[in-house]
Design a protein. Structure first.
Length: 236
């Protein structure tokens, strides 16, 4: 390959590395979306886990959950490194390149082969930039690609362990919020299915957990009105 062919090759290689940088940056939002979903899922399990005594489900859940958290943290680390750990170099601006060409013309204007000398120096100028910049950008793309690959790999590991941890979480009924919601629902059904819920011996604490203060006042008023109507009917 002569110098002209090498010049064209390094020029294509330079723009290829710039295009590769844009493609690698396009993978970051996808990984961020997966990471946010994974953190939300882990946060849901942590927030919903009831504080209870040791059980087989609890013993199986926490190690798997903590391993998933560790892998999630590792994926965050490599994702940040892929975004901020790579530096890219670019050609000088058009104004700087044109200024350099004008300086060459002023330098060789006294020579008979001025145009040829200016053209050779401009080609050497761009040739050097294409070689150096494409090499530097190729190394940056290699580092970015490796970090993105590790970030995605650790996200997969974190998702697998999070899914496995969800099995004892769900079947072991570790979700304290879901259990309290079910208890409140049953209390509401018992209250709604009776005409006089206060006479059924339902403790005030259970009734307060299922109903707001305003709802209890309404229920008491309705019960007292029902008693008053029943008493009035008997007297008549």
């Amino acid at each position: 390959m002569d110098r002209i062919e090498l010049f064209r090759f390094y020029e294509k290689l330079y723009f290829h590395e710039i295009d590769m940088r844009d493609k690698l940056n396009g993978r970051v939002p996808v990984l961020l979306f997966v990471l946010v979903a994974l953190i939300g899922f882990l946060g849901y399990m942590l927030k919903s886990t009831a504080v209870a005594g040791p059980s087989l489900a609890m013993i199986a859940f926490w190690p798997l959950y903590l391993v998933s958290v560790v892998f999630t943290g590792a994926s965050i680390l490599f994702l940040v490194r892929s975004w901020h750990g790579s530096a890219y170099l670019f050609l000088p601006s058009a104004a700087a390149t044109e200024q350099y060409r004008l300086e060459l013309e002023q330098t060789y204007q006294a020579y008979e082969q001025c145009d040829q000398l200016v053209q050779e120096h401009m080609m050497s100028y761009l040739y050097t930039y294409f070689v150096n910049l494409s090499s530097a950008n190729a190394e940056s793309n290699e580092v970015k690609s490796a970090n993105l690959h590790r970030a995605g790999q650790y996200m997969v590991y974190a998702a697998v362990f999070a899914f496995i941890a969800f099995i004892p979480f769900h079947f072991g009924r570790l979700g304290g919020y879901s259990q309290s919601a079910g208890a409140n629902s049953r209390a509401v059904q018992q209250v709604a299915g009776s005409n006089e819920p206060l006479l059924l011996g339902i403790p005030q604490e259970s009734l307060g957990a299922a109903m707001s203060a305003e709802s209890r006042h309404r229920l008491v008023d309705t019960t007292q009105q029902s008693r008053f109507d029943s008493t009035s009917t008997k007297r008549e």
